[in-house]
Design a protein around this ligand. Structure first.
Ligand SMILES: *Cc1c(COP(=O)(O)O)cnc(C)c1O
Length: 366
């Protein structure tokens, strides 16, 4: 019996991705062991946070790093850092920031909901979000014209949640940040490349520890030393309400040490998803293929297209039946409305693709 079942919860097979709603990542045993060891001992927390920064810096090629309890907290802390710096009076005054440069400029198509509102996290850190342009169209002038003496930072989001067309590119934000000597914050929560945005010149880059990194519920900010110092300083202010535990920090560092976006991993994903598609190839009305991630990441998912006339059921029926069984199987359903469901290999534990195949066969060929 799994640990969650001992507390009366449903067993889950997560084939949908690194979804917060399903617990984001199931960590490697080495990460779990490191967290257990950390939980059973004492450490100077200030030293741990500072040392964690050095390890994060190494993993990201940044000047320094700061652990957080998640990327959402990272947004609030990074915002607070660019507004209050290391000034204790200001730090303790946040999120009230009237009278100080507190405007955070973000493109309208980047003002997303990732399970909660991104701009709310900016406000939590004392920022006043300034959404520029239109939901599907932003020009350089929209961004540049919004810059004034109250601007605290520019904010760029890299995510499949954002509007993918019509937005200004990262280069625009890097150029304007340099030109106006403003910090650039990048939310790269679910991205796999931990070095790219720092290398491009972003001042603070935010990642989720529980997504691509495969760590526990945690997060990190990396970037320029002065701004990262200011991030750490927020733990005397609003950051205290977002305390990151010693177990989470040690789990995050262990996951970072083991992290590499290796080709071997992609090959293994491909193999498992090809197998799954093969096993379902004789089901009438189901057409499977392996496709790469729409955002270009090295993720290979099985995509199952359901033709309701031949199959006798809609994709939405299959989704519902997979979820209502035991174990409850959660697929990736962004295209469910057009009859496509996807199986994400990343969160699947060993052998779970076999359970999925068996269950789909039971449902579609009773
Ligand atoms: C998931 C996500 C977040 C929040 O990350 P947590 O680690 O769950 O707090 C923030 N921004 C984006 C773009 C995300 O995808």
């Amino acid at each position: 019996m799994g640990i969650y079942q001992t507390f009366g919860l449903q067993p889950i097979i997560n084939a949908s991705g690194k979804m917060t709603a399903l617990g984001a990542s199931a960590v490697d045993p080495a990460v779990a062991k490191a967290m257990a060891d950390a939980a059973m001992d004492y450490v100077d927390i200030q030293d741990l946070i500072r040392k964690a920064g050095a390890y994060i810096a190494k993993a990201t090629d940044a000047e320094d790093g700061c652990p957080t309890p998640g990327a959402a907290a990272g947004i609030a802390i990074a915002t607070a850092a660019v507004i209050a710096g290391t000034n204790l009076n200001l730090i303790e005054q946040l999120p009230f920031s009237e009278g100080f440069p507190n405007e955070i400029i973000i493109q309208k198509g980047h003002s997303i909901h990732f399970g909660a509102s991104l701009t709310q996290m900016i406000r939590l850190g004392g920022g006043k979000p300034i959404e520029v342009g239109h939901a599907n169209h932003v020009e350089n002038a929209h961004v540049e014209n919004a810059i004034n003496e109250r601007t605290a930072a520019l904010f760029y989001v890299k995510s499949h949640h954002t509007v993918q067309k019509g937005m200004q590119k990262l280069e625009t934000f890097i150029r304007l940040a340099k030109q106006y000597q403003l910090p650039l914050i990048v939310d790269a929560a679910a991205e796999e490349d931990l070095r790219f945005y720092v290398a491009q010149g972003a001042d603070l880059v935010i990642y989720s520890g529980g997504k691509a990194i495969g760590g526990p519920t945690s997060g990190l900010i990396c970037g320029r030393a002065t701004y990262v110092e200011a991030c750490r300083a927020q733990y005397k202010g609003i950051g205290r309400a977002m305390k990151v535990g010693k177990e989470a920090i040690v789990g995050l560092l262990t996951a970072l040490q083991r992290y590499d976006v290796s080709a071997a991993n992609a090959t293994e994903q491909l193999r498992r998803m090809k197998w799954l598609v093969d096993q379902l190839s004789d089901i009438p009305g189901l057409k499977g293929e392996v496709v790469q991630d729409e955002a270009g990441r090295a993720i290979y998912r099985a995509q199952l297209k359901i033709d309701p006339h031949t199959a006798g059921l809609h994709a939405s029926d299959l989704i519902r039946q997979l979820e209502s069984g035991t174990p409850s199987i959660h697929t990736r359903n962004h295209y469910g409305n057009i009859g496509i469901i996807s199986i994400d290999p990343r969160p699947l534990l060993a052998g779970q693709e076999e359970v999925i195949v068996q269950r789909i066969r039971e449902i579609m060929q009773p």
